[in-house]
Each structure stands twice: as structure tokens, then as C-alpha cells.
Design a protein around this ligand. Structure first.
Ligand code: BMA
Length: 875
């Protein structure tokens, strides 16, 4: 029997605008720039629009969002096996979004959902072998369709209760961020955004669902296979093979296919090599394949075997329940960040771009990435890399920040789309949770929709929160049926008596930065069982900002072009307020604004990450089992909550989170020893004692010694501490927090920086972790002005040849030392392994660096309030 053949329909594509917007721009056929594609990519390629990511070009590109485009190609017919049962099908992996598809002049498909793949039988329409076929995709713009759907179905919200974009976006199944978000422009694409194929076959596997279940004692793994095959001939079998991670065949089984085309079996692997997130182990991957009639069609899945649980047990010393992922019976602390789509023009995302982003996150010790519901269920490549690298994935379904409809036709689409997505990526070992939506329950509470949490029965279609049907019926049913061992969670955030209940489920902590703009020092008060979102804005690197803003006169934080690239609501107020509360800031020139806002973000992250990592506690006391910062990545050169900007420049916050998620962390918390006197204002409470703790991420105990020292911040002189606190032996408990010192007095606390160093009790006695603890607010602190900071280059012997080491030291305590190569030195900045470092006299810090290219003489160091040491500077 002839094997299934797949031909990509990727050549000879042309496109044109079929509306008359922007003086009928692109109204005649033009070749596409690439395939798959969207109109913005092709218009850019032909220089018919400016780059929407630069300056205020967003505005000049808005017409494209509302235009209609047609794509057309021709391709010759392949030979079909001369067999009555042979078929030809066109497979569309993804069409963005409202489209009528014509094949050899006959309409074969109406598409309404960007997230769906389509398959159409074209056997009857296919031309004879060698003759040309014509495929035409007529896209009409999604905003107009969305508006008409909104009118038809009826919007139950009030227009202000949709965060970002217009409410019409809720009525069309298209990536919601295409309407613009608070970190990116309004760029609403249309076109064939994923590959198109012609498949010819006589029989095929139409569903191949591979799920797993690992026994409690980890001794066996069951691989559960369910599927369907379309086959003209009865009494068929499918040959299933399990291949070991090392490539040898572990087992094979020939499973019968029923008369209705279904097959089902469970294969057992004894003593499986288990898959772990990279923070706890390795990533062996098995391959499972199914071959129909041995050769005609084969499907394969790569499978990491692991026991996955989401533990919600009562806590010993706190209300509520844990929200704790356990893999292979190990409690996993899920540190990481949220992922927004890598590009507006999604077909520009390549496997290597995905891989670089994910490996970057891993290099920052991040073991969980949340794929946010306002984007897409990512490309297969994304999850493949996560499987291979051992990064856990939290996956939202594709709803975000709005009151969605639950009209029958809409729900039908949602259902198909969710089934397809769960089938497509649901087998990945890295995928550990499916979540109903982003923030829709939170909005229901915030905006007072008719949401009665006690009404679990429904139906809810008469209320103004009808989408409960989707989140509480449709999606859980699909997950129950198709998701295997991966749990479903109703929303992010969700749990407890309100969606942001800190004692149950997950929370989004926006009381800092958004909302009441609480001080970041209060993050501790918002400790929850799992923080799936929180964040703090900062500017990107100077080179990235220069890219965004080409006019030198606009390169300051109060320009229109700057505002256009910082979509965060009322960002100017927030920068000013948070900076003013915390340190003597300077926002001009631009490099000072960048330093100051990056400083703020890094400090905020430090408070949050370190408190919450400490709150991982121990067995039965997991007050917080995960922290996902909003957001890992940026989509364009702009200012946002991202840890890494669009050009992949690491912000200081990236280094802070990397340190906070290291295997071993030591931390210091200053404790209030005297409140502000009664009726008196303006004076902060005294904090003259410090508690010291550590977290050990290894699964075995770790003997170590804590060394504590103290320095006067202005003079740099060492301050004597009692002997019993200067060194202390500790045994760090496995995979949990150890409280080391309940309280140590800090001499002259307001002018003293404490330095805690944790050293391994091993022969090499290497430093495991360090922490500098400063009095706050920093605005009251007097820093030295005549500081000497040195950087010396040392050729590295142990690192790869392109890596060098810079030795960094200072003669006074310094906060937030940032190393960089200035723009004036030419070229890109070097890539620093560590940055944003606090220093004390006498310590030399080794910083690995790549891309210095002989520019060591040009290294610039900056630190907090360095501008106060400038000649002529007076406060
Ligand atoms: C969260 C996210 C996003 C948003 C971010 C920053 O609520 O879910 O919608 O970009 O806040 O405001």
C-alpha cells in the first residue's frame, strides 16, 4: 500500500489587498516574502508599510488591520495511487482568521478560528497528475467580523470591563493580543500563518493520543495509547513501538483496529528512566510510534515519563491548601516567568528563536514558563525544547481579560479548538497544567458581573458572565477526556473564596505596580500558595530604546515616542512615585532613566522572589510553591515588565531572579524593632535586628557555614560583630527552607550594610550564596562619593574560549553595580554572566563575559547614586 505523502504548498504564493485602504496599496498581485506568512510581513517586504515596531509607525500601519487580503498559488497535481480508496486532502495548519478558501474555483472552506487547523477532502477537485491546481485564500479583516459578531451575539459587558483592545475581540477566535496590549502595539494580522499541505493516502492515522501514568512507587510507567485510523480495509492492525532514550527498541505490539477505526492499548515500561525538570534531574525521552499496516502511515510522539501531581494538601501552620507541583514524588519549586508571543508577525518565529528564548530562561534558573492566554498555544517546537531542556509549562487556554460570550456557535468553535490543542501538545512531559483563562474570574469580581461562586450548577447563560460554561463545563470535560494526567485549573488566578485568595490556588499580585501601587517592600504581605503573575516595569537597554526611537530629540522618557513604546497605563506616575519613595533618582539623560527604572524593577523582584522562595518552607508548610514573574520576554523594542528586552538584552531583574532561583540561596530580612512613636509621622520604624535564612534546592541535606560581616556604608570600614554571629555552622534541610538566625543585632543599623556568605563545608569550601542587606529607604542612605571601582580582565582557563572573566571590586559598599560597554564604544554590549551586583570592600567578584572583543578598556560601571559623585554635583 502506498505510504501517505505530504507535499507542502509553500511555493508561488502571491497576495493582494482586496479592499481599497491606504490608496489601494498592494492592489495588484505581488509575490509573498515567505511562506507561511501574514499580510504585514509581505507589505513590509515590499516596503509598502514602515516597520511597525519603530517610532510611531504603529499608527501608519493601522489601516492594514482593517484591510482584506487574498492569497493565491498554483501547484501541480501529484500522482494519486490508482486505487479507489485513495484520497487527497488539503491540510491547513492555521489560517488567520476570517477566510473563504477556494480550490480550483470551488469554495471548500469557511474559516473562523485562527487556532484551528482544517482538513478538506479535495479528491474530487484535484486536477489530473501534472496539471496545475489553484488555491485561493480570501481573508477578510477580523475587526469588522468581530464587530458584526458582537452585534449578532450581544455583548454582556459594559466596554470598560475588557482590559486591552476593544470588546469585539472577545467575539472572534483569534490571538487576543492582536488588538494591542499594555506591552505592545495594535497589530492585527491576517493570512496563512501556518503551513499548508496536500496529503495523499489510502489510509491514515487520524488520531494518535499518547498519555501516561507512572506508578506511585515509580517502578512502572503505563503508556496509554488511543487513536483512530481511517482505513478502507477491515481487520487491520497498528504496530506500536516504544524506543528507549538511548535509541534501542524497548517493545513492540501489534494492536487491532476495530471496525469503526479505533484502537486502544496500554503498554507498560518497567523501571522507567524518569524525566525531571532540569532543577531536579535529567530529561530522558522515549519515542512512541504507531505504524499503520507497518508502512502506509506512521505517527510518533516523544515522551518523557514522569509522575505528575498537583498537590493541594492542608498546611500545618497556615490556612488553606498548598498549590504544589510534584514530579516523581519530589516537591518542585516552580520559579520562572510568563511568556507572551514572540512576535506579532508570528510566521517570523523560527525554531531557533524559540530555542534561544527558552534556553535563556533556563540559564536564569527558571524551571517553569507560563504560556499566557492572550496569545497562542505555542508551536510544537516550543514544547519540544521544553521537554528537552526540562522546563515545565503552564498553559492557559486562549481567553484573556474579558467577558466572553457563550453562544452556541462560539462554544462549538472553542470546543473544536481546545480539543485540537490538547491533542496536539498534550503529550509533552513538560506540560503540567491546563488553565481555563487569564484573569476572567478576577475581572468578574472586579467589575461586578453576575458571578455567584456558590452556584456551581448553572446554566449561566442568563447571567452576564456566560463564559462560565466554557471554563466550568466545556474545557474540563475536554481535559478529562484528552489531557491524561495533566490537571485542569479554572482560571489564572483562581481558588478559594475569591480568585486572588492567597490561601488557595494561584494569584496575580498587581497591588504592587498596578492597583493601589503598594510599596514593593510589601510583597511579603501578598504571599500566596502560587504566584502565577506579578511584575514591575522598567526600560530596556539603551541600544534597544535607540532602536525603538530613531529621532535623537525624542530619546527621553517624556517624549511621545517613548510613551508610544511604553503602553503600561500611567507608567510615568509609577516610575516617579516608586523612585521617589525609594532613592534619590535621576531620569535624565536617558541612560539614567534606564538605570533608575531597571534598579527599581530589580529591587522589586528581589523582595518578591526572595520572600516567596523562603516561603517554600518545608513539607506540609509550603506557603508558596511557585513564582512566575510577568513577563519573561518583550515582543517589540519597548518598556514593559519584561526581564529581557526584545533584543534579548538582560535587564538587572533577570540576574536578580537568577540568583533567587539558584540551587542555594541565603537571605536576610531586617525586622522592625521599634515602631514610629505614637502620633508621629514621617519617621520610618527602626529595624535594628536581622533574621537570616537559606533555601537548599538539593534533595539531600547540605552542611555549610554562614559568615556574617558588616560595613559602614559611607566609609567602607568594617564593623565588629559578636563572635557567635560572625560564623555559624548550619545543616541546610533538603529541598526546603532553613531558618538560620532568628535575630541578630545590627550595629548602627541605619548606616550599616550586612554581608551574609554561605560557604559549603567541603574541601573546596566554595561560596554557595551571598547576600547584602541595606537599610531602607535607600533615599536616606549617605553613599560615599569618592569611590574607586575597578574592573580587570583575566583570561579564563575553565570557561569556553570565547568567554573571559572580569574581576570587579570597590573600596566602599556599593549597591546595584552594572557593567556595560557604552554605545560610544561601537557594537553591541558584551554579554555578562552576572550583573547588578552589590559590592563590599575587600571582595573581588568574578564576572564571566562574552563579546568583549578587546573593549575591556571601555567597560563602564554604574551604581546607585553614582551621579552624586560627579564633579559639580550638589544635592
Ligand atoms: C496582567 C496580564 C496582562 C498584562 C499584565 C500587565 O494582568 O495578564 O494582561 O499585560 O497584567 O499589566
Amino acid at each position: 500500500m502506498a505510504p501517505l505523502a505530504r507535499t507542502p504548498i509553500s511555493k508561488n504564493w502571491v497576495f493582494r489587498q482586496t479592499t481599497t485602504l491606504n490608496s489601494s496599496c498592494a492592489s495588484s498581485w505581488l509575490p509573498v516574502a515567505q511562506f507561511p506568512t501574514v499580510a504585514h510581513i509581505d507589505l513590509l517586504h515590499h516596503k509598502l508599510i514602515p516597520d511597525p515596531y519603530i517610532d510611531t509607525n504603529e499608527l501608519d500601519c493601522l489601516w492594514v488591520n482593517d484591510a482584506d487580503f487574498t492569497y493565491r498559488t498554483t501547484f501541480p497535481s501529484p500522482s494519486l495511487p490508482s486505487n479507489d480508496s485513495s484520497r487527497a486532502e488539503l491540510v491547513f495548519d492555521g489560517l488567520d482568521t476570517i477566510v473563504s478558501v477556494f480550490f480550483n474555483s470551488e469554495k471548500i472552506l469557511e474559516g473562523r478560528d485562527m487556532h484551528l487547523s482544517y482538513r478538506v477532502d479535495v479528491t474530487r477537485l484535484l486536477k489530473k497528475e501534472g496539471e496545475e491546481n489553484e488555491l485561493e485564500l480570501r481573508f477578510s479583516n477580523a475587526p469588522a467580523y468581530a464587530k458584526s459578531e458582537m452585534k449578532r451575539i450581544g455583548y454582556k459587558g459594559n466596554g470598560t470591563d475588557v482590559h486591552f483592545g476593544g470588546p469585539e475581540r472577545l467575539f472572534v477566535r483569534k490571538a487576543q493580543y492582536h488588538w494591542g496590549w499594555d506591552w505592545g502595539p495594535a497589530l492585527n494580522t491576517s493570512g496563512p500563518w501556518k503551513p499548508i499541505w496536500l496529503e495523499t493516502f489510502t489510509e491514515r492515522i487520524s488520531q494518535f493520543l499518547v498519555r501516561q501514568s507512572v506508578s506511585e512507587d515509580l517502578s512502572t510507567a503505563k503508556i496509554i495509547i488511543n487513536g483512530t485510523a481511517s482505513s478502507a480495509q477491515p481487520s487491520r492492525t497498528i504496530l506500536l513501538t516504544v524506543t528507549n532514550p538511548n535509541g534501542s527498541i524497548l517493545l513492540t505490539e501489534e494492536t487491532p483496529i476495530s471496525s469503526t477505526g479505533t484502537f486502544s492499548t496500554t503498554l507498560t515500561v518497567s523501571n522507567p528512566e524518569l524525566w525531571y525538570p532540569f532543577t531536579y534531574g535529567s530529561q530522558p525521552l522515549y519515542t512512541i510510534s504507531g505504524a499503520l499496516n507497518k508502512t502506509s502511515h506512521t505517527e510518533t510522539r516523544t515522551l518523557g515519563l514522569r509522575r505528575l501531581q498537583l498537590l493541594q494538601h492542608p498546611l500545618t501552620s497556615a490556612p488553606g491548601t498548598s498549590f504544589l507541583f510534584s514530579i516523581n514524588n519530589i516537591s518542585i519549586f516552580c520559579g520562572g516567568s510568563c511568556w507572551i508571543p514572540g512576535d506579532y508577525l508570528l510566521p517570523r518565529m523560527t525554531p531557533s528563536r524559540y530555542s534561544s528564548w527558552l534556553k535563556l530562561a533556563k540559564s536564569g534558573n527558571q524551571c517553569m514558563i507560563r504560556v499566557w492566554g492572550g496569545g497562542i498555544v505555542e508551536s510544537d517546537e516550543f514544547y519540544r525544547v521544553c521537554d528537552e531542556e526540562g522546563i515545565l509549562v503552564w498553559q492557559d487556554f486562549l481567553f484573556a481579560c474579558g467577558d466572553y460570550p457563550a453562544e452556541e456557535g462560539f462554544v462549538e468553535l472553542v470546543k473544536k479548538e481546545a480539543e485540537q490543542q490538547v491533542e496536539r501538545v498534550g503529550h509533552h512531559a513538560s506540560l503540567v497544567i491546563w488553565v481555563g483563562n487569564n484573569e476572567d474570574y478576577m475581572l468578574a469580581e472586579m467589575w461586578g458581573w453576575e458571578y455567584d461562586i456558590d452556584d456551581q450548577e448553572g446554566p449561566w447563560d442568563k447571567t452576564n458572565f456566560p463564559a462560565r460554561k466554557i471554563y466550568e463545563r466545556v474545557l474540563p470535560e475536554i481535559c478529562e477526556r484528552l489531557a491524561g494526567d495533566v490537571p485542569y485549573w479554572r482560571s489564572s488566578p483562581y481558588g478559594g473564596t475569591t480568585s486572588n485568595d492567597v490561601t488557595v490556588g494561584d494569584t496575580h499580585i498587581w497591588s504592587v505596580w498596578h492597583g493601589p501601587m503598594a510599596p514593593y517592600q510589601e510583597y511579603k504581605a501578598y504571599t500566596s500558595r502560587f504566584v502565577s503573575e506579578f511584575g514591575f516595569e522598567s526600560a530596556p537597554s539603551i541600544r534597544t530604546l535607540h532602536k525603538a526611537i530613531t529621532n535623537p530629540r525624542e530619546r527621553h522618557w517624556q517624549s511621545l515616542t517613548f510613551d508610544a513604546h511604553d503602553k503600561g497605563p500611567s507608567h510615568q506616575r509609577r516610575y516617579g512615585m516608586y523612585s521617589g519613595e525609594n532613592f534619590r533618582f535621576r531620569f535624565n539623560p536617558l541612560r539614567d532613566f534606564i538605570y533608575s527604572t531597571q534598579f527599581l524593577q530589580a529591587e522589586a523582584m528581589k523582595y518578591a522572589y526572595n520572600h516567596w522562595r523562603r516561603a517554600f518552607g518545608g513539607p506540609g508548610a509550603e506557603l508558596c510553591s511557585g513564582i512566575l514573574v510577568w513577563q519573561l520576554n518583550d515582543i517589540w523594542p519597548g518598556t514593559s515588565w519584561a526581564l529581557v528586552d526584545s533584543e534579548m538584552s538582560l535587564k538587572p531583574s533577570f540576574h536578580i531572579t537568577k540568583r533567587a532561583l539558584a540551587k542555594v540561596v541565603v537571605g536576610v530580612e531586617r525586622l522592625v524593632t521599634k515602631k514610629t512613636p505614637y502620633m508621629v509621622t514621617s519617621y520610618p520604624p527602626s529595624k535594628t535586628r536581622a533574621a537570616i535564612w537559606a533555601v537548599n534546592g538539593f534533595t539531600s541535606s547540605l552542611p555549610a557555614t554562614l559568615h556574617l560581616s558588616a560595613f559602614d556604608i559611607e566609609t567602607g570600614s568594617s564593623i565588629a560583630l559578636p563572635d557567635d554571629v560572625r560564623t555559624r555552622k548550619v545543616m541546610l534541610k533538603p529541598n526546603q527552607t532553613t531558618e538560620i538566625v532568628e535575630g541578630v543585632d545590627i550595629p548602627d543599623a541605619d548606616t550599616t550594610v550586612l554581608y551574609a556568605s554561605l560557604v559549603a563545608d567541603r574541601e573546596q569550601g566554595e561560596q554557595l550564596a551571598r547576600w547584602l542587606d541595606w537599610p531602607e529607604p535607600l533615599k536616606f542612605v549617605h553613599f560615599a562619593k569618592d569611590v574607586s571601582v575597578t574592573t580587570t580582565l583575566q583570561p579564563s582557563s575553565s570557561s569556553p574560549s570565547d568567554s573571559e572573566v572580569v574581576l570587579l571590586k570597590a573600596d566602599r559598599p556599593l549597591k546595584g553595580v552594572v557593567l556595560s560597554i557604552p554605545v560610544s564604544a561601537g557594537g553591541e554590549d558584551a554579554i555578562w554572566d552576572d550583573n547588578f551586583i552589590d559590592l563590599v570592600p575587600g571582595e573581588e567578584i568574578r564576572v564571566g563575559v562574552r563579546g568583549l572583543d578587546g573593549r575591556e578598556g571601555r567597560i563602564v560601571t554604574r551604581w546607585l547614586c553614582d551621579w552624586e559623585g560627579e564633579e559639580g554635583f550638589e544635592l
